[in-house]
Design a protein around this ligand. Structure first.
Ligand SMILES: C[S@@+](CC[C@H](N)C(=O)[O-])C[C@H]1O[C@@H](n2cnc3c(N)ncnc32)[C@H](O)[C@@H]1O
Length: 282
């Protein structure tokens, strides 16, 4: 082999190894994290196993990372050498000893919302302070930032050009995979409704479509089942997934509208819960 050929081969080998390293988790995806900019980073429903390479890359490159405690714990390894700040105090996620999603009255619901707005305003100011010092700021968001997320609280404080959104795997994607079934029924309505039930009338109206429904932050189960029973038949399948991606706590309960409250009597309430309703499980 001539020396020129050997050189060409050597260049190919180096390039091949380089590309291999780029695709290895833990290496750069080439995403540019700018100084003075804010990044809402979707990290998936649980730990780093559900985070994208891009999300992990942004976490690695950001100067300051804000995260609520439950995300911080799940990403302990990725955050160990970082400047990490608390994004939301645990009290925001609680009403006394109940999860924040289980508000029992309008008054309780209003109080939760007030608390969220107050904390969002403070957090927005903290993000701004770091950004004005020329730091890149990552705010870690559960699941996908474009679904029922913190993003909505901050939009009014920042111009479009001041922040970017890094997509994440939603809890509903991972939850759906646990059923090993297609949520869209080709012979049925072929529609999935993702909802956070705020008003009772809304659940009733949506249920009229008899589509597959996935409820985030479903709150009080009895109320939800009561509303659904008015539109769906008793034998409509219902499945509840708690703590998706937390191996010791993940729990899947399957039943029907008629049985599900009984099936869930011994399961403690949590805000990390998704409720699936629909024929797709039959
Ligand atoms: C504020 S919303 C955030 C949703 C998130 N942006 C997403 O795409 O999954 C929080 C709700 O998402 C659902 N959720 C998020 N992570 C979950 C998990 N690990 N297990 C079960 N449900 C989860 C629950 O319904 C929870 O009340």
């Amino acid at each position: 082999m001539r020396q020129r050929d050997l050189w060409i081969m050597a260049v190919f080998v180096v390039a091949f190894i380089g590309l291999g390293l780029l695709a290895t988790p833990g290496s750069s995806t080439g995403y540019t994290v700018e100084k003075g900019k804010l990044y809402f980073v979707g990290v998936g429903p649980a730990g780093p196993q559900f985070a994208t390479l891009q999300a992990l890359d942004v976490i690695r490159k950001a100067d300051v990372v804000f995260a609520p405690n439950f995300i911080r714990q799940a990403f302990n390894e990725q955050l160990k050498d970082k400047d990490v700040r608390l994004a939301w105090p645990d009290s925001v996620y609680k009403i006394g000893d109940r999860p924040y999603t289980a508000a029992k009255s309008k008054k309780e619901g209003k109080k939760v919302l007030e608390e969220i707005h107050k904390n969002a305003e403070q957090l927005g100011e903290e993000f701004r302070r770091e950004m004005s010092q020329g730091k890149s700021v990552a705010c870690l968001v559960n699941g996908d930032p474009c679904l029922f997320s913190d993003l909505r609280w901050f939009k009014k404080y920042f111009k479009d050009s001041e922040y970017e959104v890094i997509p994440g795997l939603s809890s509903f994607n991972v939850g759906s995979a646990l059923f090993k079934l297609d949520l869209t029924q080709p012979m049925g309505l072929n529609t999935v409704i993702l909802n956070h039930p705020v008003k009772r009338s809304q659940v009733k109206d949506l249920a009229e479509h008899e589509a597959t429904m996935v409820f985030f932050m479903a709150g009080d189960l009895e109320t939800l089942v009561d509303d659904l029973e008015k539109e769906y038949s008793d034998d409509t399948p219902v499945a509840i997934v708690d703590f998706i991606g937390y191996p010791d706590r993940q729990r899947l309960t399957k039943g029907t509208l008629q049985t599900i409250l009984k099936d869930m009597t011994s399961v403690p309430d949590t805000d990390l819960r998704l409720v699936y309703v629909g024929e797709f499980m039959k």
